[in-house]
Ligand binder design. Structure first.
Ligand code: SAH
Ligand code: SF4
Ligand code: F3S
Length: 446
């Protein structure tokens, strides 16, 4: 009997990175590796990195430095993800104990890279030159949640916003054939999944390589699979947002009533500098389509404050846009200069304290917007998917179709099963969550 091959993996970054790790784990397990929860016990330590903001590469090198003390007895280290792609072979110079560096666009070659690793090769790279048209499709995905799972339908990005590393770290935009997406969604439904989240850096930029379906048609087709109760999709880019998507949500109850449509700034001038290729008005027109839907669709966004050259008036434009749209949630970030991106060379950088102040202005306004917005749910009954229990187990927590956190009591000693769906009456509202009581369990299947 050979020695058991073991691995440990640590993951940072967006949902696509989390899902990449699920695919990497599945691939490794298929190759005979066993996952362990402690890096000290692993023969292979993998670190799946993110590079989106905040000196990410420095943090990675710091963490790799900590790994140094684990060296010995043939232990191997691999760096994956966006920092791996961005820093490339420089990682071997600064952390010579690392033997494999691979960006996400090369993961389909992982089995071959693992063979070389096991043969003792020292500097294996999977680095992308924005050439590949291939996606990383594998049937060996190890999903961490048995009820809700991701499917990546489009990888990479061709938009090149002036601040963003993604087009450099994830390669060129490429979509997965609709047949392959639907086959995976059906397999998931058969395995008991009820919620599917379709992923892409710009999920709605999806272009079926087989030419069979538009993005909206794919949404509907996934939503019609027997057993699937919820379909989410993220992130939508305003440039590629169509009325057809709104019509699909209206017509298909399993499509969740939520659109994440990042605006980044409310100022047309800042948007131009960011190379977002839309104006405030153009964005607001898409919002008006969503608001005109028959179903009430929740809208959320990402905001960047302190982009080089952003004036007080530009910031004010962002605040008034928040109010005009009335978002249900935002992720707001201080602009952070990233390697290789055009905005990084600019001289008119805004000092960090000022960026922090602007971030606070945005967050304070948004909190008030949400306090009022969430109050509209008082007294409503909504379906909640059970995701967990609080410490005392007196409360259950879950999510509504609109992706809002709902904490509720069940009025019975037996708690509902994880992944089950319950109607909950909302009795209290907060700026970031809702609270209520379950009416009855409609399915306590397991
Ligand atoms: N493709 C999506 C967003 C992907 S990145 C879109 O275009 O909307 C997720 C979010 O990170 C972005 O929406 C943006 O708000 C933020 N972000 C990206 N680069 C950043 C940077 N250099 N500094 C601060 N925030 C950044
Ligand atoms: Fe980055 Fe822009 Fe691509 Fe989004 S669209 S991933 S912000 S370059
Ligand atoms: Fe980070 Fe790469 Fe995702 S930079 S946010 S892991 S695309």
């Amino acid at each position: 009997m050979g020695v058991t091959k073991t691995f440990y993996i640590e993951t940072f970054g967006c949902q696509m990175n989390a899902h990449d790790s699920e695919k990497v784990i599945g691939t490794l397990e298929h190759e005979g590796y066993v996952r362990v929860e402690d890096e000290a016990d692993a023969g292979l330590v993998l670190y799946n990195t993110c590079s989106i903001r905040d000196k990410a590469e420095q943090k990675v090198f710091h963490r790799l430095n900590e790994y140094k003390r684990l060296q010995g007895e043939g232990k191997k280290f691999a760096v994956l993800g966006c920092v791996a792609q961005q820093e490339g072979e420089k990682i071997f110079e600064r952390a010579p104990y690392v033997s494999l560096v691979s960006g996400s666009a090369s993961y389909r070659n992982l089995p071959a890279m693992l063979v070389r690793l096991e043969a003792g090769e020292r500097r294996i790279t999977g680095l992308d030159d924005r050439q590949t048209d291939q996606t990383f499709d594998t049937e060996f995905t190890s999903r961490s949640n048995p009820h809700r799972g991701y499917i990546t339908i489009v990888e990479g990005c061709d938009k090149f916003c002036a601040y963003c590393v993604v087009p450099y770290t994830r390669g060129k935009e490429r979509s997965r054939a609709s047949n392959s997406v639907l086959a995976e969604a059906r397999r998931m439904a058969d395995a008991g999944f009820t919620e599917i989240q379709l992923l892409g850096q710009n999920v709605n930029s999806y272009r079926d390589p087989s030419g069979r379906m538009s993005f909206a048609e794919l949404l509907v087709a996934v939503g019609q699979i027997a057993g699937i109760r919820r379909v989410r999709f993220t992130t939508s880019h305003p440039r590629d947002f169509t009325r057809e998507i709104v019509a699909a949500i209206d017509a298909t109850p399993t499509l969740c009533d939520h659109v994440h449509l990042p605006v980044q700034s409310g100022s047309t001038e800042v948007l131009r500098q960011m190379a977002r290729e839309y104006t405030r008005e153009w964005y607001l027109e898409r919002i008006s389509w969503i608001k005109a839907a028959k179903r009430e669709i929740s809208i959320t966004s990402d905001i960047i404050v302190g982009f080089p050259g952003e004036t007080e008036q530009d910031l004010e434009d962002t605040v008034t846009l928040l109010e005009e749209v009335g978002y249900d949630a935002i992720f707001a970030f201080k602009y952070s200069p990233r390697p290789n991106t055009p905005a990084t060379g600019r001289a008119d950088l805004i000092p960090d304290e000022e960026k922090s102040r602007r971030l606070q202005v945005v967050l304070d306004r948004q909190r008030e917007i949400q306090r009022k917005a969430y109050a509209r749910h008082l007294g409503q009954v909504m379906e909640v998917m059970v995701e967990g229990y609080n410490h005392s187990r007196a409360q259950v927590t879950g999510r509504s179709s609109q992706n809002k956190t709902v904490n509720f009591t069940v009025g019975q000693p037996i708690l509902p099963a994880m992944g089950s769906y319950l109607p909950v009456r909302i009795t209290q509202t907060f700026p970031n969550s809702l609270a209520g009581e379950a009416l009855r369990g409609d399915d306590d299947r397991d």
